[in-house]
Structures are given as C-alpha cells and as structure tokens.
Design a protein around this ligand. Structure first.
Ligand code: NAP
Length: 457
C-alpha cells in the first residue's frame, strides 16, 4: 500500500510520501538507541512535565490536527476534535500518575529490604492503525515514554501526516531527539525489524493477519508483544432494560467513527420480548442519520477510510444476504465519489455466515433474537473475538451472570463500551493479548525487577 494521503470523501490523492530507505531506517534505529541511553536516566518528574506540555500542545492545535485526521481517514471533524482532547487526557493521566506507578514497590519478606523496581526495556516498535490515528498512538506513547522507553512508530500507510504530526508534538513538548520517531515504511518492512537486537519489544493494533505476522517474527527472537486486534462486540438487551436508552446508545455505539471502531457494538443480541420494539426504533434512528461530508457539522457518518474497506463491508453484507440474511435497512454503496456505505440493518443472520463470525468494520448492525439470558450469553461467546461487550438489564442477578460469563476484555452494563485512561484496555481470544492504559498498560513494557537485599553489611 502506497504511503499517501488520499481523501476518502473525494478519492483525491493529496500527497504521497517516499518510504524510508534501509539506510534511513538504520539511522533512525541508531538515533533511538543513542537517545535511550540518556533518556532512561531522565528523572520521572521531567518526563511527566514533558507529557503535560504535550497535552497543552494537543489542545492548542486541536483544529489543525482534527482537520488532518478528517482529510486522511474521513472521521467527522467533530469526532476528530474529541479524539485530540482524549489524547491530551491520556498524556495528563500519565503525567499525573506515572511517577507513582514507576516508584519502587516494597514487599515485606525476611530480607533487610525487598522491592520491585520497574525499568524501561529500550526501543519499542509501535505498529498502529488508521481508525483513531492520534489516540491509538498516544495511548501507547504516553505510558511507554513515562516508563523511560523510546518509541519507533510505524503508522498505517494512509495516515502519514498524522504520524508526522505526532512526532512533531512530542518533539515540541521537549522530549529529546530520537525518543519518539516516525518510520514511514510499508507493512513488509515490519517483521524484519524484529530481528534487530536493538528493538526490544513491539505493540500492534490492527488486523489479525498483521498481528500474527508481527507476533511470529517477535517470537523467533523471544521478544514481548502486545496485540490489540479486531472485535465483534455483542450488545445484549434483555427484557427489563430501558429500551429507549439502549437503542440510542446502540446507534451511537455502532456508528462511532463511521462504524470503524474495534469496540464498536456489532452484534445486537435482543431478548425476543423487546426485539420488535428495539428493531423498529433502530430503523427509525438509522433513517435519521445524515451520511456525507465529514467536515459538515450536521453529518453523522462520513466515508469509510479506504476503497478496500468499502469493498469488504459490501461483500460481507452481500454474502450474508445470499446465505439467507434479511436487509431491514440500507445494504448498498452510495453513488458518487468517496467510500460511502449506507447505514444498514441485517436480521436473520444465518449460521456460518460472515454476519455470525466476522468483524464488520463499517456502519452495519447485525440483529439476533434470543429467548433468554443463557442463550444470549452463549451467542455472545460464540465468536472468535473477545474484545468488549455491552449488556442491558436492571436485574442484579443478570448483571452478575453477564459480568462473570461473557468472554471479553471488558463488560459494560447499561452503557456503551469505551476506553478510559484510568482503566485497562485489551482483549481475549483472537482480539489479542496484553493491556493498554492504566497502570497495567505502563507495566507491559518494563522489566519488573525483583530486588532482595539480604543485609547492608
Ligand atoms: P491492518 O491492516 O492490520 O493495519 C494496521 C497496521 O498494521 C498498519 O500500520 C499496517 O500497515 C500494519 N500492517 C498490516 N499488515 C501488516 C503485516 N503483515 N505486518 C506488519 N504490519 C502490518 O489493520 P486495519 O484493517 O487497517 O485496521 C483495522 C483493524 O484494527 C480492525 O480489525 C480493528 O478492529 C483493529 N483495531 C483494534 C483495536 C484494539 O484496540 N483492539 C483498535 C483499533 C483497531 P499498512 O497500513 O502499511 O498496511
């Protein structure tokens, strides 16, 4: 895939970039290694100040950064602005809490002193997706830099200007040269990087195939990886739920980011007592959604990020329908330039169809009906993925079962699934492993060193 800014609203190529040569990549890795030797000595308080400054810069440049995101991948300008603010939030979270997370953690044993010391690993490679072009990177970079690591970013090929802007922000915030660098390289250049002994670990957010490729290369060198992969999150609505609130939230949770969020609600599992009402209300709300120019304040849904994502979602819908699924709303590409797909509702999802087992990365809601909570949980878990889940009920015994029995990295009750710097984020099953955010995210890329001092003499 060419490294280029191609406006998904118009199809126009705005700017292309030449991938780095092997010599240029080598210079960046050398620079990162040199930077690490000094950066790991920098006091936590100084790292925290630089993160605070990065938050200030993000806030000051919100409009410009949001515009770049909207041009490169088509999210609405409004949601792009909110993403910039969230990046500032994660920088501030680690600026305020990172020092305490990194302090020695004493344990009481029969030694004179025993404690855990957290030490950075070195150069961490971050392979990131285009869907939240700033947020995905900052949620890696803020804890990694707080811990004393240095970062090399291989961003998705369709968001090069976002990638360069992030490097610029962290540099202007005061982080020394080499501490955070963007590598403009294609996907095939990633796996070979894992053979470089100077790169100590890697994190990847993206598709299963990309995750497998990176994890295999890292495993051959016994290097740590964190994988944040796809999801087909269930959104379970039981008969006691507040249906009005559940439907409104369902529409937001499905249409977030033009339908391209890993934790977007994708499979709506409805108790049969409320299914008709839920479906009718969802159709009404879908009808009211405005699809169009993401720069327009009134737009709810912009284009999909690339022509291939549009082809993929159209093919998944067509195949599910060919196998017996029913279209209740939408189900087609929109005419004209740009990668637009109509908000779509499918029901009667056939067993074994894409609608049952694949991730739908676009504005398509898949509706299922179940007779009871046990069937709802079984259907929710009958998926290769286990990222997030949202469930709606007012019965305490049902809440307990949902929390305990759903196989996912997060369960949200009577709310949509979201990420929050204060809480760990990640998946189970084929959604990946490891955690980002919170203190768990910071500890993914440190050496947790056990220290035992038997005596001081
Ligand atoms: P993708 O194709 O896997 O791309 C993600 C990143 O991986 C890009 O930088 C891409 O580079 C790179 N890449 C692709 N193939 C690779 C390979 N074989 N080896 C190394 N790197 C490779 O993902 P996508 O389809 O664009 O992104 C959407 C996916 O990400 C969805 O499945 C979504 O659910 C998932 N996602 C997960 C989370 C989470 O937190 N769990 C968050 C957001 C998105 P190029 O652009 O150069 O190909």
């Amino acid at each position: 895939m060419a490294i280029a800014t191609v406006n998904p609203t118009t199809g126009e190529t705005i700017k292309t970039f030449t991938p780095l040569t092997p010599e240029e990549i080598e210079a960046k890795i050398t620079g990162a290694g040199r930077a690490f030797e000094e950066y790991k000595q920098i006091p936590f308080s100084q790292r925290s100040q630089w993160l605070g400054k990065a938050a200030d810069i993000l806030e000051a440049r919100e409009k410009e950064l949001a515009t770049t995101m909207t041009i490169e991948m088509g999210k609405t300008l409004r949601s792009a602005g909110a993403e910039v603010q969230k990046c500032a939030l994660v920088c501030r979270y680690y600026a305020e809490n990172g020092v305490a997370f990194m302090e020695d953690a004493p344990s009481i044993t029969d030694a004179a002193a025993s404690f855990v010391r957290y030490q950075p690993l070195g150069i961490i490679l971050a392979v990131m997706p285009w869907n939240f072009p700033l947020w995905q990177v900052f949620r890696f970079a803020a804890p990694a830099l707080m811990a004393g690591n240095v970062g090399l970013l291989k961003h998705a090929s369709n968001v090069p200007q976002c990638a360069l802007a992030i490097e610029d922000i962290l540099s202007k915030a005061g982080f020394p040269a080499g501490v955070f660098q963007t590598l403009l390289i294609g996907a095939p250049a990633v796996a070979p990087l894992m053979e470089d002994s100077r790169i100590k670990a890697a994190t990847l957010t993206g598709s299963e195939s990309a995750g497998i490729s990176l994890a295999v290369a890292a495993a051959k060198q016994i290097k740590k990886t964190v994988l944040e992969l796809g999801g087909s999150d269930p959104f379970i609505v039981l008969d006691s739920a507040d249906i009005g609130k559940a439907v409104s939230t369902a529409v937001t949770a499905r249409m977030l980011n033009n339908g391209q969020s890993c934790i977007g609600a994708k499979r709506f599992i409805l108790h049969e007592a409320i299914a008709d009402k839920f479906e009718a209300s969802m159709i009404e709300k879908f009808k009211a959604l405005k699809v169009g120019d993401p720069f327009d304040e009134a737009t709810d849904i912009g284009p999909l990020a690339t022509p291939s994502i549009l082809q993929d979602i159209a093919a998944q819908v067509d195949k599910t329908v060919a196998m017996g699924g029913k279209i209740k709303f939408g189900g087609y590409k929109l005419d004209g330039p740009g990668n637009f797909y109509a908000p779509t509702i499918l029901t009667d999802i056939p067993t074994g169809s894409p609608g049952q087992y694949e991730e739908f990365f676009g504005p398509v809601a898949l509706l299922f009906r179940v007779p009871d909570i046990s069937t709802a949980i079984a259907l929710a878990n009958d998926s290769p993925f286990g990222l997030g889940a949202s469930a709606w009920t007012t019965k305490p015994e049902e809440i307990d079962r949902l929390v305990n029995e759903i196989e996912a990295g997060a369960v949200f009750i009577n709310a949509m699934t979201k990420s929050d710097p204060r809480l760990p984020f990640g998946g189970t099953k084929r959604s990946g492993y490891g955690r980002e955010l919170s203190k768990e995210g910071l500890y993914e890329f440190v050496n947790t060193k056990t220290v035992w001092i038997d005596s001081y003499h």
